[in-house]
Design a protein around this ligand. Structure first.
Ligand SMILES: Nc1ncnc2c1ncn2[C@@H]1O[C@H](COP(=O)(O)OP(=O)(O)OP(=O)(O)O)[C@@H](O)[C@H]1O
Length: 752
């Protein structure tokens, strides 16, 4: 590439950065003005909040666009040309200088091929380092250069794919491929399922789709937010920077285990309980379990000893009785109210207190000579009042119709074989035993959809919590406004440690800093409000590794998304969770019948051809049959295997396998995981993981320990092994304590 060409592009890119600086400065000034204003009507305040959100977002977007601001140029057949980058930039005359990658005009950059050039003569990838242009890759779209595989921007793509992995995922805006682009920009109505093998960019596509949808439908989606569900916290950490890196902060990332406010359910679970808890039939079990908590006394009436602290009872202790019939009437009245359990409880309580008050009045006011009751109505009212504060009465009501949180309900259910038998009469003994658990045990991800289901039936009054969150939000804004006023009036100031997440002590505040703080706070507030509110309904829901979700998890997610505007990405050949699915139709038909669309991703950008060749046998045995994706590149290294006799050998092999640049993962069966953890020291570049935690991740070099163990440990062992073997971008080694499983026979022995 001529240095003239580079110099020419450099001049243009420099102008773009100049405009970016202007944009940022402008937004920071406006933000400072907005924050400096205070008071006014409610409307003025809420307009200020909206402007604050707008300017802070603009600043965040400008910051996010700094690296790789402009990465492409298209020269059209008609002689025009334009530049493509991370955001849209216009000159003073509103002429575009840089076109946002999400804008319709940019599509040709991703779609044009020699066979379908879409009016494009040349596609140029512009490489930059900081603000300097370091290289150009040109593709002339003439038929002589047509590729059979339809890949676009090959040089730039391969450069991106061959780069060492750092432990976090990177965005792919510079090299999105045509089949991916079609999915990213698909309309957001209804459910879109994206099925694709390992490394086909499902996660990348899901995240870019979130950014695209928020760009194209901001007014509709930003307020409701977009929920992105991933398989585990490590994975969320891995993808955590992609959206902020694209200047997007309105998405909430969560695992299923974190979707119930106030519960962080990350405890491990074995396959049988996970499978049982995930079944659709658990909805009936929870419903039956809730009804079962609306109890009646047995044949013997319940004795309630009223203590001697009540004036209405003449400071005498008194024993009242609650029989089955009385309680039955109260229960009927409460059930007839058609309210949820906790909300119907006051009806039950009122009925019981009335019955007890009548009984007490009959006794206390009885005329020894058989005349009418001697008590005045006001005496009876006193008795009612005293009964409703009596501890014995409260205990009796608690045993008959307890106020229940979802957590307590589920804990009680798991703790009692009798309750389980009553709630799940159709389950086998073994299935019910799988649900039994000590009251102190922590919740697992499979419990969360059950907690959510219980919350639906118990009727949790979380209004107080929501109001508190809103008050906190307003207080923070008021505080930040006050902070800026002080900052504008004095050079520096210190804070006590109150509100330390807004401004920490010894902060020197300037508008830019405050903007960043605000951005953080705004981001927290969208995420915080959605995360703290179980009944929040999202504008769009994206599920990664969607094959792992159970029927009960789908029920929960569908409640979070009544519009059914969803993108589900996954691979039914990689299902590891015992409650997960191997059929998209089975998952979706209860909610949308056959009204969902299926898209395929077919090209593997991660795993080299050499590795895909040896895992073919593993994939071939997985039901339902899916086609292996084709690998974009070869690494030139054969995947190998070697037996080991002692776990210390794993450490030696791991040490020898760490790449000069990039990452290594040792992925082990559960049986060997503790020993591997003992022997192999984890670090920034070396990870030791079980298969479930490796889901969705990738590393330059991967060692898989004990493949037979992985196969045997789960009913979906074959899929687990497939996942483990397809995590590497460069090299794969397999270490086996016993014989090598036959399906891995194509591996090369290490010594050979
Ligand atoms: N168009 C692209 N340009 C550059 N890199 C890409 C592109 N598409 C995918 N990749 C890279 O390929 C790798 C695999 O992508 P990703 O993790 O999204 O695949 P996946 O389908 O989710 O895989 P798995 O099913 O194994 O979890 C990532 O490093 C991603 O950045």
């Amino acid at each position: 590439m001529s240095t003239d060409e580079i110099a020419h592009e450099q001049a243009y890119v420099t102008v773009l950065y100049h405009h970016l600086d202007e944009l940022r400065r402008h937004a920071a000034d406006r933000l400072a003005d907005t924050l400096a204003a205070s008071g006014g009507t409610m409307q003025a305040r809420s307009e200020r909040e909206a402007s604050t959100a707008l300017y802070t977002r603009q600043i965040a977007q400008a910051d996010a666009a700094e690296a790789g601001l402009c990465f492409g140029r298209l020269d059209l057949i008609d002689g025009d040309h334009f530049y493509i980058g991370r955001l849209g930039i216009f000159d003073e005359a509103r002429e575009p200088l840089l076109i946002d990658w999400r804008a319709p005009a940019s599509r040709a950059f991703y779609l044009a091929t020699a066979l379908a050039p879409e009016g494009v003569l040349r596609r140029r990838h512009i490489r930059t380092s900081g603000r300097a242009v370091t290289g150009l890759n040109d593709e002339v779209l003439d038929l002589a250069s047509a590729r059979a595989d339809g890949l676009v921007g090959e040089a730039a793509l391969l450069a991106a794919l061959n780069a060492g992995r750092t432990g976090g995922m990177k965005d792919i805006v510079e090299t999105i491929q045509a089949e991916q682009d079609r999915i990213i920009r698909a309309g957001h109505d209804g459910v879109l399922v994206v099925q694709g093998g390992p490394g086909t960019g499902k996660t990348a596509v899901a995240l870019h789709r979130a950014a695209y949808l928020l760009y194209a439908n901001r007014s509709e989606l930003a307020q409701r937010g977009v929920l992105i569900v991933g398989p585990n916290p490590t994975f969320l950490h891995y993808i955590g920077e992609v959206l902020p890196g694209l200047g997007e902060t309105s998405a909430l990332l969560s695992t299923i285990g974190d979707l119930f406010p106030g519960v962080r359910a990350h405890a491990a679970e074995s396959p049988l309980p996970a499978a049982v808890k995930g079944r659709a039939a658990m909805a009936e079990v929870i419903a039956a379990g809730v009804r079962d908590r609306q109890e009646l006394p047995g044949d013997e009436p319940l004795e309630i000893v009223i203590d001697d602290t009540h004036p209405g009872f003449g400071y005498q202790s008194e024993t009242l009785l609650l029989d089955r019939e009385t309680c039955g009437r109260a229960r009927e009245a409460a059930r007839k109210s058609n309210r949820l359990h906790n909300l119907a409880r006051p009806t039950f309580v009122a009925e019981i207190i009335s019955a007890l008050a009548r009984q007490a009045a009959d006794r206390l006011g009885a005329d020894p000579y058989g005349g009418p009751n001697l008590l005045e109505p006001s005496d009876v009212a006193d008795i009612r009042r005293e009964l409703s504060t009596d501890r014995g009465v409260a205990r009796a009501i608690e045993s008959l119709w307890p106020a229940l949180t979802p957590q307590r309900f589920l804990t009680d259910l798991y703790a009692s074989a009798e309750r389980l038998a009553a709630a799940a009469p159709d389950f086998t003994e073994e299935e019910r035993a799988a649900l039994e658990r000590d009251p102190g045990a922590p919740f697992t991800p499979a419990d969360v959809p059950l907690l959510d289901e219980a919350a639906e039936l118990l009727g949790v009054n979380d209004r107080a919590e929501q109001e508190a969150a809103e008050r906190r939000r307003r207080a923070q804004i008021a505080f930040a406004e006050g902070a800026l006023e002080i900052a504008l009036g004095s050079k520096s100031f210190e804070f006590e440690d109150q509100e330390s997440e807004v401004l920490s002590a010894h902060d020197l505040v300037d508008a830019g800093r405050l903007a960043a703080r605000h951005e953080l706070r705004n981001r927290i507030s969208v995420a915080e409000r959605a995360a703290a509110d179980r009944t929040w309904m999202f504008g769009h829901v994206i599920v990664d590794e969607a094959q792992e979700l159970s029927a009960m998890a789908w029920r929960m997610l569908m409640r979070r998304c009544p519009s059914r505007s969803m993108t589900l990405v996954g691979d039914v050949a990689q299902t590891g969770d015992a409650a997960g699915t191997t059929s998209w139709d089975a998952v979706l038909s209860p909610y949308v019948a056959d009204r969902w669309r299926l898209a395929h991703l077919t090209v593997n950008y991660r795993t080299p051809a050499e590795i895909m060749a040896v895992v073919g046998e593993v994939l071939a045995g997985i039901e339902p049959p899916v086609e292996a994706p084709s690998s974009v590149r070869e690494s030139g290294v054969q995947p190998w295997h070697t037996p080991f006799a002692d776990p210390s050998e794993i450490a030696v092999l791991a040490a020898a396998s760490v790449p000069a640049e990039g990452s290594l993962a040792v992925i082990s069966s559960a049986a060997f995981l503790p020993e591997v953890l003992d022997h192999v020291a984890g670090s920034d570049r070396v990870s030791v993981l079980g298969v479930a935690d490796a889901k969705g991740l990738e590393f330059d070099v991967v060692l898989v320990v004990d493949p037979q163990g992985i196969l045997d440990e789960s009913p979906r062992g074959r899929s687990d092994l497939y996942v483990a073997l397809t995590r590497a971008t460069q090299q794969l080694g397999v270490l086996h304590p016993g014989p090598l499983p036959k399906m891995l026979a194509a591996l090369t022995p290490l010594d050979a």
